[in-house]
Each structure stands twice: as C-alpha cells, then as structure tokens.
Design a binder for this molecule. Sequence first.
Ligand code: LLP
Length: 423
Amino acid sequence: MISSNTNINKIRNNQNGLQDDLLTELADIYMTPLYVYDGDKILENFYAFQKAVSMLDCKIHFAVKANSSIAILYLLGKAGSGADIVSGGELQRALAANIKASDIIFSGVGKTDEELLLAMQHSIGQINVESGPELERLSDLASSNNLKCSVALRVNVDVDPGSHVKISTGQNSTKFGISINDGQAENYYQKITLHPNLVPAGLAVHIGSQIRKLAPFEKAYKALLNFSNHLRSKGFDVPCLDLGGGVGVDYETNMSPDFFDYGALVNRLFANQGYRLGFEPGRSIVANSGNLITKVIYVKQGYDKRFIIVDAAMNDFIRPTLYDAYHKIDSLRPRGDFKDIADIVGPICETGDYLAKERLMPLVKAGDYLAVRSAGAYGAVMMSNYNTRPEASEVLYHNGEAHLVRKRRTVEDLIKMDTNPFV
Ligand code: LLP
C-alpha cells in the first residue's frame, strides 16, 4: 500500500526524526506547500495511548477524519488500531489500508441509505446510531436486505467539553447523539434489542475535540456509566462502551501528549465494571507528527504591518481561520536573532486567509521555507481547491525513509472535472 519506490519520490535519511534540514530537503524535492508526517511519532503516540489504557479490556479505533492518509492508516492498523469512520468514503479508505471490517466503527448524524448498506454488506464492527429516524432506516434496510449488524447508540450526556464552540459536541443543544434525559435513548435501545437483525453493541459518547481538561471527560463518562448501568439493571445486554476521542494536544510546545492522567481516569471509572471499552482518538495520535512546509513568496511592508506572504493558504490549512487555532511557525533557514511582528498570510483574496497573526518572526526573505508545526491532524484532510489551487502533497517519513504518500493534483486534473455545455 505504501507505494512510491523510485528515487525521485523516496529519499533515505539517517537523521533521527524530522529535523529542519530534512524538511528543507523534502520541500526542495516535492515542492511546497507540502505536508510531512513523522510515522515513527504517530506510532509512538499510538503506543503511548495503548499503554495508558492497557489495564482495560479495550480496542482503539483511530478517528480517520483526523488524517486519512492510507499509508498512515496502514501503519496504525498494523500496530493494532481499528478505525472510527464517518462516511462511506472513509470506510473504503480504511478497508484499502487493510483495516479489518470488524475493527471499524461508523459514527455520524447523517448516514445515507447507501452508506448504511455498504457498512452492513461489509459486516463492519459497529454502527453508532445517532437518532430515532436513523435507527428506523437501519432497521428497515437490515430487514429488507436480510443483513445483520451490531448497533450502539451514541448518547448525548449534555456536557460542555470546554473547547472551541465549533468542535464541541457534548451539549444537548448540538445535533449529536440521543439525549439520555428524556427516555428516548432507553426506548431506542429496547428497539435494537428486539429487532431480529440488530445486535445491541452498547453505548457511545463523544463530547468534543481538543479537550485539555479531565473534568469534562469525567462528567461525561460518569453519566454514560450511570445510564448503561441503568439499562443493565433493566435486563438489557450492554457489552461495550465507546468513549469517543477528544484528548487535546499542546499546540504551544508540540510535545507528544501524555495520556497517563486520561488513562488513570478511565481506569478508575471503568475497571471491574464488566464493559469492553472503545476509544476513538484522532488528533492526539497524529497532530504533532505533521509539519506543513510553505515557501515565502513576498515580504510586504504594509501601512503599519509586515506581511509574510507564503504559498500555503486557507485552502491548504484552514484551522487558523476557522477555529482561531494557534500553530507555531518556524523559519527553516536561520536569519539571525532579530525578530519583528508579522502576519503570515496566504495568496487567497480574503482577509481571513492567514496562518498566523501578529507573530514575532525572524527577518525571512522570499524563497525561505517556513514550517507550520503540529499540522498532522485536521490539516490535509480539510484541504480544498478554492481559487483553483491544487492541494498540497503529503510525505510520510518512517524508519529512515521518506515516501510520497499523496501526490498533488495538477490544475488540468481539477479543470477536467468541469463540463461546458455551451460549446
Ligand atoms: N469520534 C467522533 C465521533 C468524532 O466526531 C471525532 C472528531 C473523533 C472521534 C476524534 O476526535 P479527536 O480525538 O481528534 O479530538 N476539524 C476540527 C476537529 C473536528 C473534530 C470532529 N470530531 C479541528 O481542526 O480542530
């Protein structure tokens, strides 16, 4: 699955990890903007997560939405990860990366008939249902096509994760999950239990992303546990609790996350409760493995501000403008100790097209490379072709070798999808 074996798209390196010299060399070869991932760091993070929860009977399902590179999914799958998916497309990616169907969990509020059918035809491990209408549709499709599937209910425990509003999913005011406060969830769980083609798998919760405190997890997990114990007390079979993802990372330091406290919390709450557990981490596994390398096109002295105009834009990396996200940005070429404030902006014709605002930056020049740090999660997966800009390429460095794992499309590739009915 990890292709690219020619000299052009594979370079060897005896350095340890992604040093700036290596990033520069890769940018020279593959051109910018360029995502470069450190596969060794991804595995290190995955094993650290695994270790933190190793005392429990559990399975980790990497959230494919965070980084859906097939090469990365393949490495994670080989290391023992399953996949948490949110679309038919992600299902096919996970399968293409050799992840077993039985290790795949399907989340999301708007699964279509085609996606539900595809999931059942592949006998995936579990479908997390998020509403009454979805459960009805799934039941009908299962009956009419004579298919079986394992179904969990994603519940809404009404907990504020204390994260950015656009990535908070735990409150009753959001579209996610089925409330446990009004009898709906119990009613639907009973329906799953009674349906001949559906196998009750348990409950799932996911309260949001980039959660930096333990308290929201504790509150949510306690509510989940109370509810599942209540279901069990009524005689329902609740084998598994899927605890979702959401563990945050430190974008200031780019250090690998320490899962110890999270693991200790989960262990304290769930040890000896008789549940199999599932986890769906995304960001915490891949964020700090990734650098987005971009080249300075111009340095412009504006009326009262310096602008460093680079070749990566909001179409390549939307987190800063969409979530006001902070990402550290370093110059890959030393330019002395003197630093001055600048906005780092892309070429797109919107004021919202920036990677950083009011950053103390060295006196970089046109042609210098900058590295946007911790860009491994929700970076490349959220790229678009706005302004008819082909997406950045992606390179994975692993075991001392760099592999081109996704090639940039050409403008011709983009244009040929259009048709003009008038000529
Ligand atoms: N499980 C479910 C059901 C989810 O919706 C998500 C993320 C995850 C797991 C993984 O969460 P993580 O461990 O990565 O926090 N684009 C945004 C993040 C959106 C997260 C959506 N759901 C960003 O760039 O911050």
